[in-house]
Design a binder for this molecule. Structure first.
Ligand code: TYD
Length: 229
């Protein structure tokens, strides 16, 4: 069943080194300059417990973390994020922009770690009580490009980033499959395009979404958002 929520929920997804953070910041600035209330957040993280889980799951040195444990840690951080941060902000009419969400678990743990998309998706449906983005911006990056971009000037890679290219290739295809299965909820762009071009395309799509939700004209207006029936 859908509930009414005045905000708009946007997720940025893509492989490591895709440039999500840069584009999330650009979008956030552009919307704020139009007078909209915007919350920029990230996963894993976004809450105190989520930030702790983030370092547990991403830092080296915690011994072996098996795939199911890893998937549960990301889902636990996401449950807190959805209930304590994202839902309240959406209810207040805020545009929520998150750097990663459920698709990252489906891609990294489902495809990368081999747990399968179905189980990871249903774990996350449960964790978030079915909260899905209105739009997912997928920045599609070639694994070798991503590695080159993220290690420029910074040689440290976290536990997931340091996996080999075939792991990142499986992730890339999983993201593309998710987008192909629900094209109206996705904007897929090549991460290799220049920053200005990407920012323009993303803003254009979000503005049209805001108009169709009535949020640009009336930020406090009630629109259907965030829940799949
Ligand atoms: P991120 O913060 O996007 O790293 P960066 O900013 O350095 O690109 O994500 C951290 C890592 O966690 C990234 O390698 C992807 C991984 N991850 C998962 O494996 N599953 C998930 O559900 C999430 C949210 C992230």
């Amino acid at each position: 069943m859908s509930i009414k929520s005045p905000g708009l929920f946007i997720a940025f997804e893509g492989g490591d080194g895709a440039g999500k953070s840069t584009q999330a910041a650009r979008l956030s600035d552009a919307l704020e300059s139009r007078g909209l209330s915007v919350l920029r957040t990230r996963e894993p993280g976004g809450t105190p417990i989520g930030e702790k889980l983030r370092s547990l799951v991403l830092d080296h040195g915690h011994g072996i973390i098996d795939p199911r444990t890893e998937a549960l840690m990301f889902a636990a951080a996401r449950a807190a994020h959805a209930s304590q941060v994202i839902r309240p902000a959406l209810s207040d009419g805020t545009v929520v922009i998150t750097d990663r969400y459920i698709d990252s678990s489906v891609a990294y743990q489902g495809a990368g770690r081999g747990l399968g998309a179905e189980g990871v998706l249903s774990l996350n449906e449960w964790a978030t009580e079915g909260l899905h983005p209105d739009l997912t911006v997928l920045l599609d990056v070639e694994p070798s490009d991503g590695r080159q971009r993220r290690t420029v000037g910074d040689a440290t890679e976290d536990r997931l980033e340091s996996e080999p290219d075939d792991f990142h290739s499986a992730i890339r295809h999983a993201f593309l499959d998710l987008a192909a299965a629900a094209p109206s909820s996705y904007l897929v762009l090549p991460a290799s395009a220049d920053i200005e071009t990407l920012a323009g395309r993303i803003l254009e799509r979000v503005e049209s979404l805001l108009l169709s939700h009535g949020a640009a004209a009336s930020p406090q207006g009630e629109t259907v958002s965030g829940e799949r029936s």
